[in-house]
Design a protein around this ligand. Structure first.
Ligand SMILES: [Mg+2]
Length: 306
């Protein structure tokens, strides 16, 4: 698995800041130490998955207490994840295996939002970059990146990078220089925490950092871009009757969860101890980026110490 460290991923995000939405940020953050403080400020929650609920294949145990507290306080939530490798049914199975039981309606993935916006014409062939050769949830003309016909596609969908490689990447970028094609990327993340200090390279690493000539043909679905927030906020209004000002986006990554949340007009909480910033001095990253969350939380246990 190709990997990269937090500093490299952070610097890559910073270099690409001009490609993200503009947002206004707080001057300072409030360190959250009591659950009540958070519940006074918010009626509903959006929760990131990787780095907030789990690290790689392991659950964050404190997150289970946090979810239970949300349910007990009747604070509705959506898991808002850039996970696009798997159909939602399989993602739910993964969560169940590590001890999180969610309703399908409680999870919004960038893959699900992609299908909401992606409307292929019947004659167009799409090359799909995805690690698992599952049947896609929608039928349209497509091949996967392990098939030779992939390279002749009219456009591409980048869902997951687990079986993508540097040699595939080189061939792909070379071919796009010869003939640019539309590309939809359903996971703008540059990296994801896999445990033991290992961070995988995600689809954003292979696309977001491209030169301008290729970038103009790319359409990103997922945090920090707006579609996933618009989709979640319209559901929150319709199903919960809650406005964005009373929602907190909980995430571990400044450039996706916090920047995207602030641009969408929700409040934001950075969970520091598990994912993107595990083992890091977070103050420095906040200072250098100017991406200041409304709230900061070192770990979930603080909220449950009596
Ligand atoms: Mg995350």
């Amino acid at each position: 698995m190709p990997t990269l460290d937090t500093h490299t991923a952070f610097e890559a995000y910073e270099r690409m800041r001009h490609r993200f939405l503009q947002a206004d940020f707080q001057k300072t953050s409030l360190n959250v130490e009591r659950l009540e403080t958070l519940f006074e400020e918010a009626d509903g929650f959006f929760l990131d998955a990787f780095g907030v609920l789990n690290v790689g294949n392991g659950a964050i145990e404190g997150a289970k207490m946090f979810i239970a507290a949300l349910r007990e306080a009747k604070k509705p939530f959506f898991i808002l994840s850039n996970s696009a490798s798997l159909p939602k049914s399989e993602l739910m199975l993964f969560f169940k295996q590590i001890g999180f039981i969610f309703e399908p309606s409680e999870i919004i993935t960038s893959r699900e939002v992609l299908w909401h916006y992606f409307k292929p014409e019947s004659q167009t062939s799409w090359g799909v970059i995805a690690p698992h050769l599952h049947t896609l949830e929608h039928s349209f003309l497509h091949t996967f990146h392990t098939q030779e016909a992939f390279w002749e596609s009219d456009g591409f969908l980048f869902l997951g990078s687990a079986s993508w490689s540097e040699s595939f990447q080189k061939r792909w970028i070379d071919s796009l220089h010869v003939k640019p094609k539309p590309i939809w990327i359903a996971n703008p993340d540059i990296s994801a925490p896999r445990g033991q200090g290992v961070y995988s390279k995600e689809p954003g690493f292979y696309t977001l950092l491209s030169e301008e000539a290729l970038f103009t043909h790319m359409h990103f679905i997922g945090k920090p871009f707006s579609e996933i927030f618009e989709y979640a906020l319209s559901r929150a209004k319709r199903e919960w009757g809650i406005d964005k000002e009373r929602i907190v986006m909980v995430g571990d990554t400044l450039h996706t969860d916090i920047l995207g949340g602030c641009a969408a007009g929700v409040q934001t909480l950075l969970v520091e101890g598990y994912g993107f910033f595990a083992e890091q001095k977070v103050d420095m990253f906040i200072e250098n980026s100017g991406i200041v969350p409304h709230f900061r939380l070192k770990n979930y246990e603080i909220l449950f110490d009596t």
